[in-house]
Design a protein around this ligand. Structure first.
Ligand code: NAP
Length: 538
């Protein structure tokens, strides 16, 4: 079993107890009392009193515990001398109720003979046991392998802890390899946003523990999740060696709602999978190298991913370049030149565009038939491209409008043959011609109206000035935050049918989920989670 350990930065006995009780209630198995800012060295009386407080905290601890006095050089607050540290350790070792573990850095043990001999004493006792740790908040240490060998030489070492700032998702794979090849219980964690994977997948690779904070402000290392995120979103207690790994690849991905919905979906059908944020920097080289490493690692069980901005086109390129290795593109991804889903089936990898059919599905529930319908799409980015491909595949007459007309023209050119083969048509028009497009459906595929976007209060056009719109016109917004954009408000006020961006998001996610699990998510589950989150968002 991999323990879930809540770090507690000790400020007072009372506060430490309250937080330890809260950690137990939240589901932690262990607490780590971080006493580095608590040990007072001002004079001998203060020091003796703070050490005695730590001993009392341990004695009263509602959960088994680790005591750590982290030195400043390894990210802690302790800047005192090794003699004081030795006094603290001596007091903990000889206490009537010693902690289960004490954590001492390899660097401290190697530097101080006194601490080294205290550490050696721990080889003979049941508690405390010694965690020998090493941290690098800036990078992967160049001498990582040699440092591990040095830990093996520490007398009394019961657990190895190593934590460094992950530079890319690939560093997690090295951490997993270390976990699987060490002969003592090991904690191997990547810090920062690239390292979240190592924290969540700790049980899959048999780590001794993973850390999770009571609240996000209480995290003691960058990238550390909260107990709630770990146990609720990521279903930490259900992760085991056979858990399949999925995720959302993009840049940035930390705000993505996809982990919340897909993990909830997996839990609802008792599917042994976990879905993670998988940040990959924007450049093609990063995408290619990282995706290549994820799919190549046999231990990871990487089975699929959602792919979002800015990698949707990179994914198509990757699939084309790996056709001989069993990579296949579906016809919509091929036509759109962009895809948002990776699905693994045995040794084959399928690249699919679920945005395109999701957009068509949204409209099919509103219109009696799509074939022959005139659809205006505003925008010429990835979503406009997917919408155009999905709708010409249904036989629609697509009109494209965009601020930069050349980009709209490029989509029309790229999809021209595909449209013809489906008995459809696609033409780019100057933006001003939107006035009399006479479309049965108008789709906003620009970020106008989006919270945090270039113009949150604007619409791509003023609906009141559009002539020749049929009364049953459908106004389709792809922006989903806010749920009601200025365009949707205008459309509802004028009595048009509307489709919001949440519906599209949920439908494309449901298609991904089915491709990975062979099942459909329970009715309304994704929609409810997304709408609740958007309403709750500040
Ligand atoms: P994109 O590739 O960046 O394309 C954005 C398009 O909007 C471009 O054609 C751009 O015009 C145009 N645009 C940007 N700012 C504009 C402005 N101030 N005035 C007029 N036009 C402007 O983005 P995307 O990936 O296609 O995404 C578009 C929107 O779809 C996003 O904002 C997002 O909210 C939404 N979306 C929804 C879902 C969903 O599932 N519901 C999924 C993904 C995205 P230029 O060509 O002139 O630059």
């Amino acid at each position: 079993m991999t323990f879930l350990c809540a770090p507690i930065t000790v400020e007072s006995q009372q506060q430490a107890m309250a937080e330890a009780l809260a950690a137990r209630a939240a589901g932690a198995d262990l607490v780590e009392y971080r006493v580095d800012g608590f040990i007072t060295e001002d004079d001998d009386t203060d020091l003796a009193s703070s050490i005695s407080d730590v001993v009392n905290i341990v004695a009263d601890s509602p959960l088994p515990c680790i005591v750590t006095c982290r030195i400043a050089a390894e990210g802690g607050a302790y800047e005192g001398d090794d003699g004081v540290l030795a006094r603290l350790l001596e007091a903990l070792i000889s206490a009537d109720h010693p902690p289960q573990y004490i954590d001492v850095e390899l660097a401290t043990i190697e530097r101080s003979t006194e601490i080294r001999s205290l550490a050696a004493r721990l080889a003979e006792v049941e508690a405390p046991r010694l965690i020998v740790s090493m941290h690098d908040f800036n990078q992967r240490p160049a001498d990582l392998t040699r440092r591990q060998e040095r830990v093996a030489a520490v007398k009394g070492a019961a657990v190895l802890k190593l934590a460094f700032r992950a530079r890319s998702l690939r560093d997690n794979l090295e951490l997993f390899e270390i976990l699987q090849t060490r002969d003592i219980p090991t904690i191997a964690l990547g810090m920062g946003e690239f390292g979240v994977m190592s924290r969540v997948l700790a049980p899959k690779f048999g780590a001794f523990l993973t850390f999770a904070a009571l609240r996000s402000e209480a995290a003691t290392a960058p990238g550390q999740p909260t107990i709630g995120e770990l146990t609720t979103t990521y279903q930490f207690r259900s992760i085991n060696r056979k858990t399949q790994v999925f995720g959302v690849i993009g840049w940035p991905v930390s705000q993505s709602m996809s982990p919340a919905i897909h993990n909830a979906g997996f839990a609802s059908i008792e599917f042994n999978g976990v879905y993670l944020p998988l940040p990959i920097p924007p450049e093609w080289e990063h995408f290619k190298a990282t995706l290549g490493a994820l799919i190549d690692d046999p231990r990871l069980d990487f089975r699929g991913a959602s792919v979002t901005i800015p990698h949707k086109e990179h994914l198509v390129r990757f699939a084309r370049e790996h056709a001989e290795d069993g990579w296949r593109l579906d016809s919509l991804a091929e036509a759109a030149g962009a895809a948002n889903t990776i699905v693994r089936d045995d040794e084959n990898w399928f690249v699919v565009n679920t945005d395109a059919p999701a957009i068509a599905q949204c409209l099919q529930t509103r219109l009696s038939k799509l074939r022959g319908k005139r659809i205006a799409i505003i925008g010429a980015g990835g979503v406009a491209r997917a919408a155009a491909a999905g709708l010409v595949a249904e036989g629609c007459e697509v009109k494209l409008f965009n601020r930069t007309p050349e980009r709209a023209q490029r989509i029309a050119d790229d999809l021209c043959d595909f449209a013809q083969s489906h008995g459809a048509a696609i033409v780019a028009h100057p933006m001003k011609d939107i006035q009399d497009c006479g479309a049965a459906v108008i789709i906003n595929a620009t970020p106008l109206g989006m919270t945090g976007g270039p113009a949150p209060l604007e619409s791509p056009f003023d609906l009141s000035t559009l002539t020749q719109l049929p009364r049953e016109c459908v106004v389709f917004e792809t922006v989903y935050n806010p749920i009601e954009t200025p365009l949707l408000k205008q459309a509802r006020d004028r009595g048009y049918q509307t489709i919001d961006g949440v519906e599209m998001f949920v439908r494309q996610a449901a298609l991904q989920f089915s491709a990975w699990t062979g099942q459909t998510p329970s009715s309304n589950l994704f929609d409810r989670i997304v709408r609740e989150r958007l309403v709750a968002a500040p």
